[in-house]
Design a protein around this ligand. Structure first.
Ligand SMILES: [Zn+2]
Length: 452
């Protein structure tokens, strides 16, 4: 048995072979922190979480990096609207994202890279592109990538530049986001203008700020090396974001960028694209108000393959909530004595997940195990909890779990720091607790620790 993944570069299921034996370098495009993410955004993070958990389950060591886009067109626009500094504004939404991540049982990456902390790396990369002749400066001091110089431009989106060349000729995209039909030279560095207000860096390229696409190239290469294994994101990232990342990175380094690109499909709501104006926009808070656990939402997402469009309705997610409740009750009724993982089911589980992460089939296996009259409750429980290392439904916590002493000590210390209003210390301790694989939640009756 071997893992195959659908690679957007070849548009085929490919055997997964990492560059370095049993080690995986994986980069996920993270959130642009300018509002609370909606449930559609979380499909991407849950997909990469399941992929990461499964690679770990299969024995790989995964080096996972996720970025936080804290500088781009949208963060500048909205921080100005609220009259806040970019830092204050983006930190608020970064915290919100982390809280949601924990609620959804998404494992934190090895490292979060904040775009504003990588400006010198971006500048160096842009200088290399200028030196190699792949980029040029315009009169206002901005730097653009010359897509005509890159013979492979379009290889991820699968279009030929010559088909679009007539339109592309001479056109510049200063905005970070645009459509494929408008393929054009895109901004690597945006010279300061009044609309940027206080947001700029004085660099060897002049006074300005980076374009969005160069951010991920610089951060992924700095943390994972010039070539790495997996890049993830939503299908909406394919063009222009990932296409441009590939172009910049490969032209700058002369080496292949990411070997596999894994993209999840959109999540529709009530049959339409989610939007505030259509009144079908949900955040995790909205689900909570309707009595839907974040984990029921996670489970619901896994009932569809990550590459199919799914249609979210309150009715179907309520069905998953009922199923999750029933599953928990069933497990609660089982003997907690140590059982054995049933090998035949494990093999089936692996064969489904090896096939481009077929979670709908893998998840359905749980119900087959529960119904199997030949298995003891202990073995059923042990097998389901083993699979849950990948599903992340928190099934192992159903029975009272023993929290390690070290975690309890850190939690007590954090409680003390909170009482003293030492927020930074309290945040640091939370991070330490998370690095040990536990999360801490503050409730009216004190803190609660659970396994991530
Ligand atoms: Zn990105």
């Amino acid at each position: 048995m071997a893992l195959t993944l659908f690679n957007s570069l070849s548009r085929q299921n490919e055997l997964f072979v990492p560059l370095v034996d049993m080690n995986v370098g994986m980069y996920s495009c993270g959130p642009t922190v300018y509002n609370y993410p909606h449930i559609g955004n979380y499909r991407a993070y849950i997909t990469s979480d399941i992929l990461k958990r499964y690679l770990t389950y299969r024995g790989y060591t995964v080096h996972h990096i996720m970025n936080i886009t804290d500088i781009d067109d949208k963060t500048i626009r909205d921080s100005q609207k609220e009259g806040k500094s970019l830092k204050e504004f983006t930190e608020f939404y970064t915290k919100g994202f982390f809280a949601d991540r924990d609620t959804l049982h998404i494992l934190p990456p090895e490292k979060y890279t904040k775009a504003t902390e990588y400006i010198p790396h971006m500048v160096r990369m842009i200088e290399t592109l200028l030196e190699k002749g792949y980029a040029y400066k315009t009169e206002d001091g901005s730097v653009y990538f010359d897509i005509k110089k890159d013979a492979e431009y379009g290889k991820l989106s699968h279009f030929k530049l010559t088909d679009l060349k007539e339109n592309a000729e001479g056109r510049l995209a200063k905005k970070d986001e645009y459509e494929k039909e408008n393929a054009s030279d895109f901004a690597l560095w945006k010279a300061w203008d009044e609309s940027d207000g206080e947001v700029f860096w004085e660099t060897t390229l002049g006074k300005g700020r980076p374009g969005w696409h160069i951010e991920c190239s610089a951060m992924s290469i700095d943390t994972l090396g010039e070539g790495f294994d997996i890049h993830t994101g939503g299908v909406d990232n394919i063009f222009p974001h990932h296409e441009n990342e590939i172009a910049q990175s490969e032209c700058a380094t002369g080496k292949p960028f990411s070997k596999y690109f894994i993209h999840n499909e959109h999540l529709m709501v009530d049959g339409a694209k989610m939007s505030k104006s259509a009144g079908n926009f949900y955040t995790l808070r909205d689900l909570d108000e309707r009595g839907i656990d974040a984990i029921a939402f996670r489970m619901w997402l896994m009932t569809a393959h990550y590459r199919t469009k799914t249609n979210f309705t309150l009715e179907t997610v309520t069905g998953s909530q009922t199923a999750l409740n029933r599953l928990k009750e069933t497990l609660q009724g089982y003997d907690t004595e140590q059982g054995k993982i049933v090998e035949s089911y494990k093999e089936t589980f692996i064969s489904y997940m090896d096939n481009d992460l077929d979670t709908p089939k893998a998840l359905a296996l749980i119900w087959e195990i529960i119904k199997d009259p030949t298995l003891t409750p202990q073995d059923k429980r042990a097998t389901i909890i083993d699979f849950d290392r990948v599903f992340g439904l928190g099934l192992s916590e159903i029975h009272e779990e023993i929290i390690p002493e070290e975690v309890t000590r850190l939690a007590e210390e954090r409680e003390l720091a909170r009482k003293e209003k030492e927020w930074q210390k309290s945040d640091d301790l939370r991070a330490q607790i998370e690095s040990l694989g536990y999360e801490i939640k503050d409730t009216n009756s004190g803190y609660k620790i659970s396994k991530i």
